[in-house]
Design a binder for this molecule. Structure first.
Ligand SMILES: *Cc1c(COP(=O)(O)O)cnc(C)c1O
Length: 370
């Protein structure tokens, strides 16, 4: 191996986090949301690690195919359903559940005369206005699905929350009210909560919860980190110093010469950049961890490298391990420094980053405040 930039995924932490979901939503079934390459953690490896989940949820037919190809036999739900009529045969062949959220999808089903027993989740819109039917058209659509020869007759229902990550939010209260009014009219299993719903809004748990972010050991709630919810971060992104040098007072560091050294100081160069998915921070304040200490990122992050201030770790040498986020440094903090959200950071890890899987009981990390 010639480059040490890697994402280490702790499968024990994934399993621990699934147990946390079960403890928070006792008696409910859990969909492990593994779309987008399991939020950058590796689709098949994560699915195998989370085989105790009741089902997996993905966004695309390709993701479902990859899971089946990797020997995953569990139930798989396509969160957006299908977008082409000929995907119905794939749904049947791979034994997938599909969300139905649009009239075009109803049409595909109505035109299908060979397949039977297709499992559907009827999605209704409680106020996110992204996917789903309106409450007033639901009775008719529900009946259409019941009458359709292609579909299984135990029709499930789902909706999605727009603002569940904000405790005490009016919009969420309105969505829950619409959900409760409408849902009680239908039999079938129901699902509303994402991670934030699981953590913040117990009244959204219904029959199935859909856990994404929290399974990876990350808090969806602003101002909180994993430890506040007794979650364990699953991914640690790390690299190493490939250069250590002294830079004189008044000299600048990196592209654009945006950082000026206030004194003669040691500067380290880390083998990671935006080409690996590390964010290009637009303002100062970001840190990495070297020898257990937070060291400031200085200057602009470049494609393959990032410069750091080594004044607090004078013993750091070429080859020293650098943590960008994970066990010692909450990704929630890095996301704040980058003016983004943890979902974006994790999904942005590129193919150049080596993935490594370990099973270790995590050393508890003190909760830090964002
Ligand atoms: C991605 C997704 C989830 C998971 O959301 P998290 O906030 O990551 O837990 C749940 N439901 C639907 C419909 C989704 O698209």
């Amino acid at each position: 191996m010639s480059r040490f930039t890697r994402a280490t995924v702790n499968v024990s932490a994934l399993r621990h986090n699934l147990e946390r979901v079960r403890a928070l939503a006792p008696g409910r079934k859990v969909m492990a949301v593994v779309k987008a390459n399991a939020y950058g953690h590796g689709l098949a490896d994560v699915a195998h690690a989370l085989s105790a989940a009741d089902a997996y949820a993905v966004a695309t037919v390709q993701e479902a195919r990859e899971l089946r190809g990797a020997g995953v036999n569990g139930r798989i739900i396509l969160l957006e359903g299908i977008h082409r009529a000929d995907d119905l045969s794939t749904v049947s062949e791979l034994d997938l559940d599909m969300v139905v959220h649009d009239h075009s999808q109803l049409q595909f089903l109505a035109n299908e005369h060979a397949l039977t027993g297709l499992k559907v989740w009827l999605k209704f819109d409680t106020g996110m206005n992204r996917l789903g039917f309106h409450a007033d058209e639901l009775p008719e659509i529900y009946q259409t699905l019941l009458d359709c020869p292609a579909t299984a007759k135990d029709i499930n229902l789902m909706s999605h929350l727009a603002c569940a990550d904000e405790p005490d939010n009016e919009h969420t209260r309105a969505q829950i009210a619409r959900w409760q009014q409408t849902m009680q009219r239908y039999p079938g299993e129901k699902s509303l909560a994402n991670s934030a719903g699981i953590l913040v809004w117990p009244q959204t748990h219904a029959d199935w919860v859909r856990a994404g972010l929290m399974l990876y050991g990350v808090s969806p709630v602003a101002g909180f980190v994993a430890e506040n919810h007794l979650l364990q971060p699953a991914m640690t992104l790390s690299s190493e110093l490939i250069a250590v040098h002294q830079v004189r007072a008044g000299e600048t560091v990196g592209y654009g010469a945006t950082y000026t050294c206030p004194e003669d100081m040691m500067v380290g160069t880390v083998a990671i950049g935006y080409g690996d998915g590390y964010p290009r921070f637009r303002r100062p304040g970001a840190n990495v961890v070297i020898h257990g200490r937070q060291c400031p990122v200085i200057g602009n992050v470049s494609m393959d490298m990032t410069c750091v201030d080594l004044r607090d770790v004078p013993s750091a040498q070429v080859g020293a391990e650098v943590e960008l986020w994970g066990q010692q440094l909450p990704i929630e903090l890095v996301a704040q420094w980058a003016d983004t959200i943890p979902w974006v950071l994790m999904c942005g890890i590129t193919r150049r980053v080596e993935m490594e899987y370990v099973a270790e009981q995590a050393v508890p990390r003190p909760a830090q405040v964002c």
